[in-house]
Structures are given as structure tokens and as C-alpha cells.
Design a protein around this ligand. Structure first.
Ligand SMILES: Cc1cc2nc3c(=O)[nH]c(=O)nc-3n(C[C@H](O)[C@H](O)[C@H](O)COP(=O)(O)OP(=O)(O)OC[C@H]3O[C@@H](n4cnc5c(N)ncnc54)[C@H](O)[C@@H]3O)c2cc1C
Length: 315
């Protein structure tokens, strides 16, 4: 089976959920080889199907911004000629993907929501123009470098050989142009990361600035909290929670929007969610055109009722 390189994202050795999703996709199109800069739990990687695990220990990968990783990935692509290279479609992942693709003379596809093999070709699906078009694409030159959105598949465990191979790679001076000066971990909220969460509960202007009902439902569901730009611009919640064209793109299994009208710029960030639920007191709200389930009502009543019921059933 052809080798598929998978760029692994890990914090303090803990492999991110999007990386496990990539391994799951890689298994469907070939034999996954994990590419790890720094530290990642190898038992987890082999538990999700990694046949090989390439590790890079050089401190330069931690001390400098993306260029060293892109350089090393490009060299690995040249050496292995993989069937495909999968990276997480995060800001960092996409930058590494773009640089590695350019260095390798390969085609690049970003924000894929599906990767498949069709008649020997690797094809992708993207959702574009605020989700109003679905595009099928394939790379025609080099090893396809594909950045895949979080939550495109559910991670599935499957044992792989997990053969660890330490790669010694000398990072060039040219790749050491941007040094990381400080790095502070974000204060833990106890909630999942917005872009990776399987469930997102978002609030908009309709909250009137009080996000407690949105947070209450999010915590009952183990969900991340999101927001519309109107809520962010009003200073009710930090910009890091904004979903949409100028915020984060999310694609969870379940997206619940409360007091959000459904402007095109908000849709752009959540339209590929698998199931969409809206709570709005205006039955003409545009978001109702998009939803799987809609509740016409006051979020101040509906959200606490839903939270109580969910907690009761968890019970
Ligand atoms: C260049 C550009 C980029 C943008 N980027 C983004 C972006 O990334 N993300 C984003 O979200 N927006 C973005 N916007 C803004 C976007 O156009 C909308 O203005 C914004 O999404 C509206 O937010 P909202 O739905 O919370 O507010 P509104 O449109 O004011 O809607 C509030 C909704 O709450 C309902 N409501 C009120 N009270 C209640 C209640 N008690 N219970 C239930 N429902 C209630 C109302 O019926 C209404 O439908 C962008 C705009 C531009 C021009």
C-alpha cells in the first residue's frame, strides 16, 4: 500500500483529535506514516493506524516558526514520494502545507472536508463560498498536499505497526528567520477547542450580552462556546470565540446557534456542520433556511429548559 504522510499536531505529547482524524482518513487511502516534530505519544499514533512514525528531535522545530517544519516535510516528500500528505487545516498546518507543497513542486488543496480514492486518483471535496458550492478537486502535479478540516471524519482506532524512525535533519539558516520569543499556554477553560469541538453552542446579539445560558448548555453537552461577530463587536465575548468569515471556521457534528440571525458571513464559518439547530424568536430569521431543527422562541427560556433536560437524561 502506498505511504501517506500525516503531519501530527501534539501538545505536551498529547496527540490532537484532528491528527487522529487524519490518520483515520490516511488508512482509507493508503498506509499512514505519522510525521512528528518534537514529542507525540507513539502508542496513540500506532493505536490509530500509524505504520511508521518519523520523529524529528531538533530544537529548531520548537524555537522557530513554521519554516523548519515545512523544509523537513518537503525533504521527506522528496525522499518517500508518498501517495499523499495530510495536514490539519489549522493556521499553522496550512502554512506548513503551502510552503512544503511549493518546495516539492506539488499541488495543494486546503480546507478539504472529504478525501477519497477514485480510480487510483486521490480526490477531495471542499465547501466554498460560504458553503453555497461543493467543489471536487484533485492534485495533478506531485504528491498531493491536502489540508483537512477538523471533524471531517470521526477518529477510529485500528492498530498499526507504529515503527519509530528517528530522522536527523539539519535545518537551514534560511529557515530560521522567525524565532519564537515567548509562548504562553492559554488558560484552560475546561471546554474543548472551538475549531476542533464535536459540538458548538454559539450565541449572538440575541443573548443581550449574557452568555450564561449559552455556556450552561455548552457545559451540559461538553461543547465549545462560539459567538457571532455582533456579540464580539459588542465586547460581550473575546474575538477568539467568533465563528464566521472573519472568525473561526467550525464543522462540528452539532452546531447550535442561539440568537443569531444567520448572516452570510456567519454561515461561512459554520455551514458545513453536520447538524444545525437554531433558536431564534423571529421565525423569519435567515438561519432557519439552513437548519436541521429550528426552535422559534426566546433563548432565555429555551436554553435553560434544554440544559435541565439534558442534565436530567445524563443523569
Ligand atoms: C466583512 C464582514 C465580515 C464579517 N464577518 C463575520 C463573522 O466572521 N462572523 C459573524 O458572525 N458575522 C460577521 N459579520 C457580521 C454579519 O454580517 C452580521 O452582522 C452578524 O453575523 C450578526 O450577528 P447576530 O446574528 O448575532 O446579530 P443580528 O443579526 O442582530 O441577529 C440577532 C438575532 O437574535 C434574535 N434574537 C433577539 N433576541 C432573542 C432572544 N431573546 N431569543 C432568541 N432570539 C433572539 C433576533 O431575532 C435576530 O435574528 C461580518 C460582516 C462583514 C461586513
Amino acid at each position: 500500500m502506498s505511504e501517506v504522510l500525516v503531519l501530527i499536531d501534539a501538545v505536551d505529547g498529547k496527540v490532537s483529535k484532528p491528527s487522529l482524524e487524519l490518520l483515520t482518513i490516511a488508512r482509507a487511502i493508503g498506509a499512514p506514516s505519522a510525521v512528528v516534530f518534537g514529542d507525540a505519544d507513539t502508542a496513540t499514533l500506532s493505536g490509530y493506524g500509524a505504520e511508521k512514525i518519523y520523529t524529528y528531535a531538533d530544537q529548531a522545530f520548537q524555537d522557530f516558526l513554521v519554516a523548519p517544519k515545512a523544509e523537513a516535510l518537503a525533504a521527506l516528500i522528496a525522499e518517500k514520494s508518498p501517495a499523499a500528505v495530510l495536514v490539519p487545516s489549522s493556521a499553522e498546518g496550512k502554512e506548513i502545507a503551502a510552503r512544503a507543497a511549493l518546495k516539492s513542486g506539488s499541488g495543494l488543496i486546503t480546507d478539504a472536508v472529504e478525501v477519497a480514492v477514485d480510480g487510483g486518483n486521490i480526490t477531495t471535496t471542499q465547501s466554498v463560498f460560504a458553503g453555497s458550492y461543493t467543489v471536487a478537486a484533485k492534485v495533478t502535479k506531485g504528491a498531493p498536499v491536502i489540508a483537512v478540516k477538523p471533524n471531517s471524519v470521526a477518529p477510529v482506532e485500528a492498530a498499526g505497526a507504529g515503527a519509530v524512525e528517528a530522522v536527523s535533519f539539519e535545518v537551514s539558516d534560511a529557515a530560521k528567520g522567525a524565532k519564537i520569543v515567548t509562548s504562553e499556554p492559554k488558560a484552560a477553560s475546561g471546554r474543548p477547542e472551538l475549531a476542533e469541538a464535536a459540538i458548538v453552542v454559539s450565541g449572538g446579539r440575541g443573548t443581550g450580552g449574557d452568555f450564561s445560558e449559552v455556556e450552561g448548555l455548552a457545559d451540559a453537552l461538553g461543547a465549545a462556546v462560539g459567538a457571532s461577530r455582533a456579540a464580539v463587536d459588542s465586547g460581550w465575548i473575546s474575538h477568539t470565540f467568533q465563528v464566521g468569515q472573519t472568525g473561526k471556521t467550525v464543522s462540528p457534528q452539532l452546531y447550535i446557534a442561539a440568537g443569531i440571525s444567520g448572516a452570510i458571513q456567519h454561515r461561512a464559518g459554520m455551514q458545513t456542520s453536520k447538524t444545525i439547530v437554531a433558536i431564534n424568536k423571529d421565525e423569519e430569521a435567515p438561519l432557519f433556511e439552513l437548519v436541521d431543527f429550528g426552535v422559534v422562541g426566546d433563548l432565555k427560556t429555551v436554553l435553560p429548559q434544554a440544559t435541565v433536560e439534558i442534565n436530567k437524561r445524563k443523569g
